[in-house]
Design a protein around this ligand. Structure first.
Ligand SMILES: Nc1ncnc2c1ncn2[C@@H]1O[C@H](COP(=O)(O)OP(=O)(O)OP(=O)(O)O)[C@@H](O)[C@H]1O
Ligand code: NI
Length: 426
């Protein structure tokens, strides 16, 4: 046991367990903008277990994507990870850095925040892969889909032959924003073998006639087919962890279901772990083993799907659950959570439960920031809410107008956008 966790307040979920592929501890990511410091991710902790799908859900602007980018070290300026640990299980990597004073190693886990950036980059593809909402912007339109997948295969092949050396230099356009520092892949870059593998992968993700489609350009693919191609590309490196950020949001409902099924199959066949980001609790219910609910940059409730859905503690989670369309009664009125997502500008954030101003059960006690309380240890269920420890008593409710005008219509697209001057550092 290293001293890596002797960092003051106890991380809610402790040291990484052997079955955790990823253990995130107190991760914070900030954007330092002219409007001030934006607390996009605030002390987030969770574990990703072997062979599971972990859902991350929350309204727009709750920090889901920035959390994903933080995991793969792709936060761009003016953003920066300001605190926390990202423990990744990799026995070889752990062995390589054991005894290195600058790198935190714990058993088979390595804190990726402490390894050299070159090593972190080298893990994208073979260890982590990311798929995004919009496959169109992630493919280079002037290179065939096959070549772009073959390039990802090549990257992986070279990485195997030459661990942690030049692989990032040659990473291609395929995953666009993600495999950043690429040269333009071309025929001379992609061997026949890797093209064959690309055909193979396209077949595996359910693209008909892969031998022909491999030579087509991204523009010739439908949105659903391109999303499949993107998944094929993400699989090229045979990653342990697949991070899927709203992978179906841009697709129509039938195609959405197909892509989600595909992800589920892939997960089961390969025993990989998936972080599935969505704003749709219905998708979470279909897909996930465990769930993290995010609000205003924080994980406000997390645990096994059953426990979080059945013994819901946080009124925010309850609100999200209340807004799932009922498949049996699609005409039923949904109840959106009223009010807006809060500003994440540091100077504007009160030191209280961030949901209190929208919460139907806000009490005096909510004016202090609630730590994460255990709801059900066996279900790994915790909530940052005073209701984890006590029953709601209407007698304790804050006056209706406590936070000013209540009952504004929910508008998930604005809210966090409102920013003013006067941000200050930590
Ligand atoms: N480049 C940036 N500069 C400044 N602020 C940013 C930047 N990127 C993200 N943010 C802020 O970080 C916060 C979290 O954004 P994030 O994209 O993670 O939300 P999300 O939960 O993924 O939302 P959505 O469901 O809309 O994708 C938002 O307040 C956003 O404005
Ligand atoms: Ni997002």
């Amino acid at each position: 046991m290293s001293d890596a966790f002797e960092t003051g307040d106890a991380a809610p979920t402790g040291a990484p367990a052997p079955g955790d592929v990823l253990s995130v501890r107190d991760l914070s990511t900030r954007f330092f903008t002219e409007e001030g410091q934006i607390n996009a991710v605030e002390s987030v902790s969770f574990d990703l277990r072997e062979d599971e799908i972990l859902g991350v859900v929350g309204e727009s602007g709750s920090g889901k994507s920035v959390t994903a980018l933080s995991l793969v070290d792709l936060v761009e300026t003016p953003g920066r990870i300001t605190a926390g640990e990202v423990w990744y299980r990799d026995p070889d990597l752990a062995e390589e850095f054991r005894g290195n004073d600058a790198v935190r190693v714990d058993g088979d886990h390595v804190d990726l925040r402490t390894v050299p950036p070159r090593v972190r980059r080298s893990l994208r593809g073979p260890s982590f892969s990311v798929i995004f909402q919009d496959p169109m912007s992630s493919f280079n339109p002037s290179i065939t889909v096959g070549e772009q997948i073959a390039e990802a295969v090549e990257v992986q092949r070279r990485a195997r032959a030459n661990p942690r050396s030049t692989r990032s230099r040659t990473q291609g356009y395929g995953l666009g924003k993600y495999l950043l520092d690429g040269l333009v892949p071309g025929r001379d870059y992609t061997s026949e073998e890797s093209m064959e593998r690309a055909v193979d992968l396209l077949g595996q993700v359910g693209i008909p006639d892969p031998e022909e489609r491999v030579d087509e350009y991204p523009g010739q693919f439908s949105g659903g087919m391109l999303q499949r191609a993107m998944i094929a590309q993400a699989l090229a490196g045979e990653p342990d962890v697949l991070i899927a950020d709203e992978p179906t949001t841009a697709l129509d409902v039938t195609i959405q279901a197909q892509i989600l099924n595909l992800l589920k199959e892939i997960q089961a066949d390969r025993g990989m772990s998936i972080v599935l980001i969505t704003h749709d609790l219905g998708v979470i219910a279909e897909m996930c083993d465990r769930v993290c609910v995010m609000y205003a940059g924080e994980v406000v409730e997390r645990g096994t799907l059953d426990s979080v859905f059945e013994d819901t503690v946080h009124p925010y989670t309850q609100g999200l659950l209340g807004s799932i369309p009922d498949v049996d009664d699609p005409q039923a009125r949904l109840e959106p959570i009223t009010g807006n997502v809060p500003s994440l500008v540091d100077a504007e954030m009160d030191d209280r439960c961030y949901f209190a101003d929208r919460c139907p059960k806000a009490m005096d006690a909510c004016l202090d920031k609630p730590p994460e309380a255990t709801v059900d240890a066996a279900a790994d269920h915790g909530a940052k809410c005073v209701l984890a420890d006590r029953e709601y008593d209407p007698a304790d409710a804050l006056p209706d107008d406590y936070f000013g005008e209540a009952g504004e219509a929910a508008d998930p697209d604005d809210g966090a956008a409102a920013a003013t001057d006067g941000g200050e550092g930590e």
